[in-house]
Design a protein around this ligand. Structure first.
Ligand SMILES: [Zn+2]
Ligand SMILES: [Zn+2]
Length: 275
């Protein structure tokens, strides 16, 4: 049973993502069964894998599937046309041209890999020196700051993403406090630009056992004046649609947020957090 009213999940993937597993309608059915009021489909568009992932075609399929299926659900749930732009700063021209192809409600900005590097999930942290891990993390946070400054998205997704894999590899000695100046700068940039921070709840069902970013970061964002917050399960399976959203609302409340946000036609809409 849902704890909160107006549960919103703005991050999920369908078969149109290279790592998706279910068609859009199956994800929508799960969203209705899981008592969500609003969702966004946000299939991957990792710009630096445009050819390898055949993204010109996948983007079209994703968008058209959502638009054609959402009508049948319109009396049950609000379905938003979204996209997850991965590494957009690595090819801004291609990113902006691709975004202009369709009328999106909501654009996620994320970083899954450094330039010309594999996904953070495909690096071997077990044998890596501590110094190297911190070096990679430094580069990651710098890329997140560049992404925030680019500003062509609505929410900044899964900040601290590499930690999902670093913790999974047992490197529990790695901690992020040395990066506080840059994460503060990321938050200040989002706030100045009127953009949202995402609480990505996928970590709650993974070995890391925490949201990305963690509650401490959400609190800091709030302290600096952050008001816009989105929540996303990052579901790649029907059974994960809405997973962790109640926990995400609880974190938001504890950090002093009274509202969560969804985006329609790229404009923020605030929704009161209530039980
Ligand atoms: Zn992502
Ligand atoms: Zn995702």
């Amino acid at each position: 049973m849902a704890v909160y009213k107006n549960r919103i999940d703005l991050h999920m993937h369908t078969l149109s993502s290279f790592d998706g597993n279910y068609p859009a309608e199956k994800m929508f059915e799960s969203a209705v069964a899981n008592e969500l009021s609003t969702i966004a489909v946000t299939d991957h568009f990792d710009v630096d894998f445009y050819e390898r992932h055949n993204l010109g075609v996948r983007q079209q399929t994703s968008y058209e599937d959502v638009v054609s299926a959402k009508g049948a659900f319109s009396d049950k749930i609000r379905i938003l046309r979204g996209i997850e732009m991965g590494q957009p700063t690595y090819d801004v021209e291609l990113t902006e041209r691709s975004l202009a192809r369709y009328e999106y409600d909501f654009v996620i900005g994320s970083i899954h890999n450094l330039r010309n590097m594999p996904d953070f999930g495909d690096l071997d942290y077990k044998s890596m020196t501590e110094e190297r891990i911190y070096e990679l993390l430094g580069e990651y946070f710098n890329e997140m700051l560049l992404l925030a400054r680019w500003n062509g998205f609505d929410t900044l997704a899964h900040l601290t993403y590499p930690m999902r894999y670093i913790v999974q590899a047992g490197r529990n000695e790695i901690e992020l406090s040395r990066f506080d100046p840059v994460t503060d700068e990321i938050f200040r940039t989002l706030i100045a630009n009127g953009k949202a921070l995402e609480i990505n709840t996928s970590g709650l069902r993974q070995p890391i056992g925490k949201t990305m970013p963690t509650e401490d970061y959400v609190r800091r964002y709030r302290e600096l004046g952050g008001e816009l917050l989105t929540l996303g399960s990052d579901a790649h399976f029907t059974e994960h649609v809405g997973a962790g959203i109640d926990e995400g609302y609880a974190i938001a409340e504890r950090c002093g947020f009274e509202y969560v946000t969804y985006f329609e036609n790229r404009k923020p809409v605030k929704v009161k957090i209530e039980k």
